[in-house]
Ligand binder design. Structure first.
Ligand code: TXA
Ligand code: MG
Length: 342
């Protein structure tokens, strides 16, 4: 299969979204930009197309998909018994990088939800994603557009690197504004539960949902056998080829640790401005006090280190607050929860 890539600009926008919609309604997959990461989209009501997502990504069969909508009619067609907390959060954060896990209606098949009774729903704010969903007239299921286990895709080139020849169409709208996936909150129990941190921070969530809990799977590793609130938690994620380790501690302690332990093929993922302070090659992933800048770069940097054939990757630990909390969460998974206190 030849993968066509269309650059989005004012002239191509309408035709590109129309072609994407036609392709999706014919049962094919499309690589679509969103404000968080690129998605690999399919018609959420077409089980054969949904199965193609799992095959194309090599996605574990028990990891359900997020369903993307463009209006509230679509929401009411796929979810029911929506709690007041869910409504408040949806009001506050949609359209945007926020996903609500809700009770599903039978319109959502077991293939999408992996036989759970719930469905994850998001209304993205990206104009290409929204316009494509509108033109389809049906919701689109879309995981991140990477091969399962690899870092997510935040440019059309990343999508091509993983899926060239496997899907017919990618819409290229440049780099994603946010760079990490949406915040996922479940609203199907007594209290809302944060399942995956994202650009909508825990601090912001607490203002709307004072009783929100944080799932233990957010900060702790979960074994393949365990029953978890969100199946995505137990699978290997975001991982570069090299072994990655988070180094927790002051800059000086990190410098000393690396000086003592360095080997050929090592890299340090550090903060902007620190690039020349280590005895091993470095690459920056944003500013220490600016979580948004880290989010925007984390996946490109992990992919870049694969291209440079890094053997071991050490990572300066982001703070566990604000948007950095989401970045820390992705790095925990990328490193297989390897954290060294220095
Ligand atoms: O920003 C995003 O959310 C991106 C863009 C494309 O929208 N999508 C994305 O999808 O990150 P994916 O498939 O890579 O991650 C979906 C996460 C997984 O961790 C999955 O386990 C969880 O959402 N999830 C999906 N449905 C769920 C459900 N019914 N209950 C609990 N967790 C669910
Ligand atoms: Mg993903």
């Amino acid at each position: 299969m030849v993968t066509k890539v269309i650059n989005i600009n004012n002239e191509t926008f309408v035709d590109a979204c129309e072609l994407a919609a036609k392709t999706l309604l014919s049962g094919e997959l499309v690589g679509l930009p969103t404000e968080t990461v690129y998605g690999l989209a399919a018609n959420a009501f077409d089980d054969r197309a949904i199965n193609k997502i799992f095959e194309t990504k090599g996605r574990p069969q028990d990891n359900p998909l997020i369903v993307h909508i463009s209006d509230y009619e679509m929401l009411n067609n796929i979810a029911c018994n929506i709690s007041d907390s869910a409504k408040k959060a949806i009001d506050a954060f949609w359209p945007g990088p926020f996903t609500a896990v809700l009770n599903k209606k039978p319109t959502i098949s077991d293939v999408v939800s992996c036989s759970l009774k719930t469905v994850a729903v998001r209304m993205p704010s990206h104009k290409v994603a929204l316009e494509t969903i509108k033109r389809c007239g049906v919701p689109l299921a879309a995981p991140s557009a990477n091969i399962s286990g690899k870092p997510s895709t935040t440019t059309a080139d990343h999508v091509l690197d993983d899926l060239d020849g496997k899907i017919p169409l990618i819409l290229d709208d440049g780099g994603c504004e946010i760079g990490v996936e949406s915040t996922v909150v479940s609203f199907t129990g007594e209290q809302p539960v944060l399942l995956r941190p994202g650009f909508v921070s825990l601090e912001q969530l607490k203002q709307i949902l004072p009783d929100i809990l944080v799932s233990s799977g957010v900060e702790n590793s979960v074994s393949e056998q365990e029953q978890v609130e969100s199946p995505g938690m137990k699978h290997k994620h975001y991982a570069p080829k090299a072994a990655a380790v988070i180094l927790k501690g002051e800059l000086l302690a990190v410098q000393k640790y690396l000086s003592l332990n360095k080997q050929l093929g090592d890299y340090i993922m550090c903060f902007e401005g620190e690039q020349n302070l280590f005895e091993i090659p470095s690459i920056a992933f944003g500013f220490e006090d600016d979580g948004a800048s880290q989010a925007k770069q984390i996946f490109s940097v992990l992919r870049e280190l694969d291209q440079r054939d890094a053997k071991r990757i050490f990572i300066r630990s982001p703070k566990q607050e604000g948007v950095s909390y989401a970045v820390f969460n992705r790095l925990l998974r990328a490193s297989g929860f390897k954290v060294v206190e220095v």
